[in-house]
Design a protein around this ligand. Structure first.
Ligand code: GSH
Length: 199
């Protein structure tokens, strides 16, 4: 049984959505980085969401957790295998979703909600918005001619990227119509809907 420390709409959504797609057994523990429980702190002293436990295993990176779960519960078609033509694209977009496209948004979100008296709006926040807009445009270009971000079936890369497109929308960055329609298609999946209903 996997344990997932979760805050609604946070990156733990990627992990829960994947469990729902795979039918993997999991339990959810509500978590807050502002008021961490001792159990959450034990799983993740960094206090970031998600945190993940599987027996003695502790993990804190959403994409790494997804790869771990697919290896543990697979084989699954949600992972693209090295002998498939889409393998490189799959890896590229799985990692891109967080490392390049989502990570810079954290400073912006913190500035928006935590900085006092507009102090979060400065040269750096402008730079981050510009950088995120480039990432969104890159994805928009990719998604104009594709049903899925990598290969010709739904994979974990779609979970990772669809979450990121939602996060970019949350900070006011939109790639355009193709990204929007892709996001609507992906989040209409019953597994996403079940994950999104969890508080
Ligand atoms: N790279 C990590 C990022 C985790 C992360 O930044 N999560 C956000 C919530 S979605 C968070 O905990 N932010 C608080 C912080 O950065 O201290 C992942 O993909 O899981």
């Amino acid at each position: 049984m996997f344990t997932i420390f979760h805050t609604p709409r946070s990156r733990s959504m990627r992990v829960i959505w994947l469990c729902e797609e795979m039918g993997a057994p999991y339990e959810v523990k509500p978590a807050s980085f502002f008021e961490p429980t001792p159990e959450f702190l034990e799983a993740n002293p960094l206090r970031t969401i998600p945190a993940f436990k599987d027996g003695d295993v502790r993990m804190t990176e959403s994409i790494a957790i997804m790869v771990y779960m697919m290896e543990k519960c697979g084989p699954t078609d949600l992972a693209v295998k090295p002998n498939e033509p889409a393998y490189a694209d799959y890896l590229q977009y799985l990692i891109f979703s967080e490392a390049t496209a989502a990570a810079p948004a954290n400073a912006l979100i913190a500035g928006k909600f935590l900085a006092k008296d507009g102090a979060g709006e400065n040269w750096t926040s402008g730079y981050i918005i510009e950088a995120l807009s480039k990432r969104a445009a890159f994805l928009e270009d990719r998604l104009k001619s594709r049903e899925f971000v990598a290969g010709d079936r739904f994979t974990a890369a779609d979970i990772a990227i669809a979450y990121t497109i939602g996060l970019l929308g949350f900070v006011g960055v939109s790639g355009g119509e193709a990204s929007q329609s892709y996001h609507e298609r992906m989040t209409a999946r019953p597994a996403y809907q079940r994950a999104a209903a969890i508080q």
